[in-house]
Every structure is written in structure tokens, then in C-alpha cells.
Design a protein around this ligand. Sequence first.
Ligand code: PLP
Ligand code: COI
Length: 341
Amino acid sequence: MEKKNIDWGNLGFGYLQTDKRFVSNFKNGAWDEGVLTEDDKVVISECAGVLQYAQTCFEGMKAYTTEDGHIVTFRPDLNAERMEASCLRLEMPVFPKDKFVEAVVKTVEANEAYVPPYGSGATLYIRPYMFGSNPVIGVKPADEYQFRIFTTPVGPYFKGGVKPLTIRICDFDRAAPHGTGHIKAGLNYAMSLHAIVDAHHQGYDENMYLDAATRTKVEETGGANFIFVTKDGKVVTPKSNSILPSITRRSLMVVAKDYLGLEVEEREVYKEELKDFAEAGLCGTAAVISPVGKIVDHGTEICLPSGMSDMGPVTKKLYETLTGIQMGRIEAPQGWIKVIK
Ligand code: PLP
Ligand code: COI
């Protein structure tokens, strides 16, 4: 398979239209078989549930070319399960897990020419999503839905690759205590747009959201979970019912414990503790692990001892082990790698 003529090494995190996408429709209580199509346009009613009441959720995952030339994806069963949780919370029909994984495989296969080569620094981002497609004007769930998957080759989420980020503690909330922060609903991201534009205007790379109820505990950013490393080498990650259960973060905790022999803790993390950590990072499919060098709390700077030029040593080991597993350089735990080709 001849690859597309793309400057893989200079890709940012953007959308580039690829050849095929998967589309399945839900009507009269059932999903159809689904097809791969070249048509990238979605045509829906002006009154579609998604347009009026934001009834939509999505997933994010990646396909990788491994060192030995296979194309693989990482724990797609967990994305299927998380999308199921999102759909149930948003009163949307579930797209069955086996069909979800099958559709991901088919979509990646159909866009093989866009899967970045091993060692290029780029990956193929996979975006499954679903939305209410029929007219809804009273506030209620739609009756008809579309499930789609497109792919796009991407480079690093943050410009500058793995250069440590400067983030700020944000005065806006992302998620309410009993709201939708734990699912991947489009509305959570709409909520975060003003906050991220404002953060960028003020010179910050990202927002650190606190828990909305007490504003004392660390939650996550708009698109990634946090990991911290204590001065005695423990890996700590915030526990909260209103953050997204990141597949990267859950995997990193296993990597830290089983591959690196580190102590791990998933627990409430107080804002007051931030000054005591040795390293901090964001983790997610798009972010991979992006180190944090500085956290600004209303003018007070918390400078992580790991500094502003490089990842901290533990963060780096986590990064290298996780990406090593994803790119086939390090043996993966059973069931983590789905070989596509
Ligand atoms: N938190 C939020 C709000 C996200 O959007 C994402 C991205 O998917 C994550 C965390 C990281 O999750 P994952 O590691 O499953 O990609
Ligand atoms: C992902 O990491 O896949 C995400 O969905 C984060 C994002 C908002 C780009």
C-alpha cells in the first residue's frame, strides 16, 4: 500500500480529510449494517436533536504503525464501553461493542494510506461519534441517530511537542458534581471553549479545572486527565466522579505499577498539594503525556521542580513505556493491542 504524500513530521493536531468514513443509521429502534463511504458531508434536518439540544457524544483513539510494520489500535474495547456509558447518560441508543470495534478496524483499513509510518511522530486519529438526527423541538431525545467514524492523521496536540506547558487554575467550571463530566458528551467541550480561548489570550496553554462544589480539588483539563509524581516517586492521579475516565490514564497506572514498579494512588488531589509535587503531566489520546512545567493560581506561580525545558524523569519513563507498548517496541499486557493489519 502506497502511503499518501504527506509531510508526516510536520503535522499538527488538525483535520485532514481522508478517503473513507463509516456511517450507520439508527431508525425504528435498530441500527442498520453501516457502510464505508467517500461522502464526508452530513445532511440532517434543520431541527435535528444534535443541532437544537446538543445530543451528541464522541470518542477519540489512534492507530499506530508498529516497529515491525503492523497497524494497530490501543484498547478499542474501552472506547466502545465508554461510548456506551455516554449514550446511556444522554438517552442515545448504544452502538454494540463488537460492531464498534469492527467498524474502527474497517475504517482504519480503508484509510491505510493515511496511517503515518513508524517513527514519523504522527499517528492516525480516529473519531467515532453519534448524534440525534431527526427533528426534535420539545426537549426530548431524538428517535433517529447517526453513528460515524472518521480518521485524520495528526501530530502533537500541543505545539512544541513535549515542551513543558504552562497552565492556569481556571475560574470557570467544566462539570457539575452530578452532571456529565464523566462521559464524553459534546456539551462538555462546548462549555470549555470560552475558558480555553481566554486561557490562550492570557498566555496559558491549558486550564486546570477544579471541582465545582468546593473549588479545592484538582479535576482535569478540557481534554486530558492529570498525573502527578510526588517527591518520593509515587504516581498520583485525581479521583473524581466528574472527570472523564481516561483510557490513557488508566493504562499509565498499570504501566507505572507493573512495568516500572512504582507506587500508584488514585485519590482526591487538593489544590494545596500542587506545590509539593515533583512532576506533573496531562494524559490522553491526543495529549499522550504532555509535561506541565508551571501552574499559575491567580498570579501565584507554582514551578514544578522538573522545570520548563524537559519532561521530568518519571514522566519520561511513563511516556517511553506507554508509547513503546503502542508502537510494538515493548510487550503489551494481554488484550491491549488490537492488530488491524
Ligand atoms: N479528559 C477529557 C476531558 C478528554 O477529552 C480526554 C480525551 O479523550 C481525556 C480526558 C483522555 O482520555 P483518553 O485517555 O481516553 O483519551
Ligand atoms: C482525545 O484525546 O481523544 C480527545 O478527545 C481530546 C480532545 C478534546 C482532542
